[in-house]
Design a protein around this ligand. Structure first.
Ligand code: SER
Length: 592
């Protein structure tokens, strides 16, 4: 079964259970500052999981492109990818554990569906932890579906609890489904969840009954939801009887081409070829998203830069003699461009940025090398012939010089790098930036806080005002809201003048002073387009969308939530306006 066939079958199955198909969202979260990338199908649905009404109803199904870099170190094994696709079915305050589990079982084992051998399936359920009780109900439902007790395992929060994706938000116990690959168990303790490769996790049903608060406690949610996620790549690999995800879809031809480029002859796969294949796919999708970002030193741009550089670095390890990113990205665009037309639309940008980054990294390596040579005489004086970890980290942090290269150079000069010290320095840095990020992300949309809602409405007013002042060529590129400010990226080629900024502020403030109430109507996207509502009108919408109208000021397609009346907003002020990437301007604004 191909990936496309699996997606179609899954959607068909859940449509037969009265679910409405909704389109997947961007890989860059919109109006949500709690995370950098969409890590799961549930993320774009957070407002609805917290109680906002969804225009398509209570039962939804979709396939979502996801990026997860949390376990980037694992990439290269049989199953971990930084870019993957997730199928999901949702109940927003509708059905709960019984239907979710029964349908999962039916889809996995039903002959007209995936038809997996029931004997090969094991499941895990939540064992209970702290004040939160064990999920005996889920275990019972599995047993009545036909899973014997010995293949139902119970684990604590570390394994059987999902969410929130940011610091706060919806979460709950989950039940995960694993397929036995038939491999010998690695040890006596080998169970589903073991990393030896015997068990492939293919699906996860999360019972979102709680909300994690800022205080770190779990409060029961009024609306109980189901959030499920089935990994497309893993499931297709299992259906095909493959041992790894690199034998399916676009990954297979990528691996083949990388092996040709590197003239690899031995049968055994190398970790480097897998890392390159995965990272080039994820970077192509990040650059090619309509909300796409370009490499930089902060946030998403930083992650993107890291992925590109790791791919180049692994190319060097394999001695690939020429630049190869563009060629491999073109393969991804050709294979996945039909399903994700944004890749084809943004092809020139993708290839341009990869070429630029390849060149820049070449320069970084040269300057890192220079720094290293400068340090060398002193380093050689050290009788232990050990390079301190913090020095290696400095080379990495300041000059982007990868530690593996420092280690290679050290080796050439008869020295070693204190890798423990390097990792310590690295972890310390990561802890600091994590604390920074948590602070920064506190109060994002996942909190549905009042300020975030206000800023969301202000964003619509700003968007409309920009089009009035700068013209209709202004198009939203991205939006990100924290409890402190809104950030709005839009296509516009020039710096705004002070007069233009004042005019935009005045327009937004006059909408606020006019005390306009905000109306929401649900309609077909075609009708919304006829109404002149702002939106992407490409391939993003389902059959029904919500259109928010703010009097004469703004009409825009949006999921919400918004304030009821503009008078709730206070005074709007543009705090900064600058370039975000080529052709894109970035405004940060506050309400006071
Ligand atoms: N959110 C859950 C996961 O990512 C289920 O979709 O596994």
């Amino acid at each position: 079964m191909t990936e496309r066939e699996l997606v179609d079958l899954y959607i068909k199955f859940f449509e037969s259970k009265d679910h409405k198909r909704i389109p997947g969202a961007s890989i860059i979260p919109e109006n949500d500052s709690t995370i950098l990338f969409t890590p799961a199908g549930m993320q774009p649905l957070v407002p609805y999981l917290l109680g906002e009404k969804h225009p398509q109803g209570k039962r939804l199904v979709d396939v979502q492109k996801c990026i997860r870099t949390g376990d980037i170190e694992e990439v290269g094994d049989a199953t971990h990818l930084t870019f993957f696709r997730m199928l999901g079915n949702w109940s927003l305050g509708g059905y709960f554990k019984k239907e979710a589990i029964q349908w999962s079982w039916e889809f996995l084992t039903g002959k007209e569906w995936l038809g997996f051998d029931p004997e090969k399936i094991s499941v895990t359920v939540f064992a209970g932890e702290g004040d939160i009780p064990a999920d005996h109900e889920a275990a019972k439902i599995w047993m009545s579906a036909g899973v014997p007790k010995e293949r139902i395992y119970s684990f604590g929060m570390k394994d059987n609890w999902w969410g929130p994706t940011g610091a706060t938000g919806p979460c709950g116990p989950d039940t995960e489904m694993f397929l036995d690959t038939g491999k010998e168990p690695c040890c006596e303790e080998c169970k589903p969840g073991c990393s030896c490769g015997k068990y492939f996790e293919v699906w996860n049903d999360v019972f979102m009954e709680y909300r994690k608060t800022e205080a770190g406690t779990y409060e029961p949610l009024e609306q109980k939801n189901v959030d499920t996620g089935m990994g497309v790549e893993r499931t297709v690999a299992m259906l095909g009887g493959y041992k790894t995800v690199y034998e399916i879809g676009v990954l297979k031809p990528l691996i083949k081409r990388i092996r040709e480029l590197a003239a690899i002859e031995e049968e055994e796969p190398t970790r480097s070829e897998r890392v390159i294949a995965d990272h080039i796919r994820s970077t192509t999708h990040i650059l090619g998203d309509d909300q796409g970002v370009v490499p930089s030193n902060v946030d998403q741009g930083y992650v993107l830069r890291r992925l590109i550089r790791l791919a180049i670095r692994h190319g060097m390890k394999l001695d690939i003699p020429k630049s190869f990113l563009g060629e491999l990205a073109t393969m991804v665009i050709e294979t996945e461009g039909e399903e994700y037309p944004e890749l084809a639309r943004n092809k020139a940008l993708i290839l341009d940025e990869l070429e630029r980054e390849e060149k820049l990294f070449g320069e970084t390596l040269q300057s890192g090398m220079k720094q290293f040579n400068k340090m060398l005489p002193n380093l050689l004086k050290n009788p232990n012939k050990i390079i301190a970890g913090r020095l290696a980290f400095k080379l990495y942090d300041t000059f982007g010089f990868p530690v593996e290269l420092t280690a290679d150079l050290a080796d050439e000069n008869g020295m070693t790098v204190d890798m423990d010290g390097y990792h310590k320095a690295f972890d310390k840095h990561r802890e600091l930036s994590k604390q920074g990020a948590e602070k920064k992300f506190k109060g994002g949309l996942a909190d549905n806080s009042e300020m975030v809602t206000k800023l969301h409405t202000a964003t619509h007013l700003l968007h409309a005002a920009l089009r009035k002042v700068l013209g209709d060529s202004v198009k939203q590129k991205g939006s990100n809201i924290t409890a402190e400010r809104l950030r709005f990226d839009f296509l516009y080629p020039e710096k705004m003048t002070d007069e233009q900024k004042k005019e935009v502020e005045a327009l937004v403030n006059s909408a606020i002073n006019d005390k306009v109430s905000i109306e929401m109507l649900e309609m077909h996207p075609d009708e919304a387009e006829k109404l002149g509502a702002l939106g992407f009108f490409k391939d993003k919408y389902g059959d029904v969308v919500k259109v928010y109208t703010i009097g004469e000021y703004s009409t825009e397609i949006c999921g919400g939530p918004h304030v009821e009346n503009t008078s709730e907003l206070g005074r709007f002020r543009i705090a900064s306006e600058k370039s975000s990437s080529r052709g894109v301007r970035r405004i940060k604004a506050v309400i006071e």
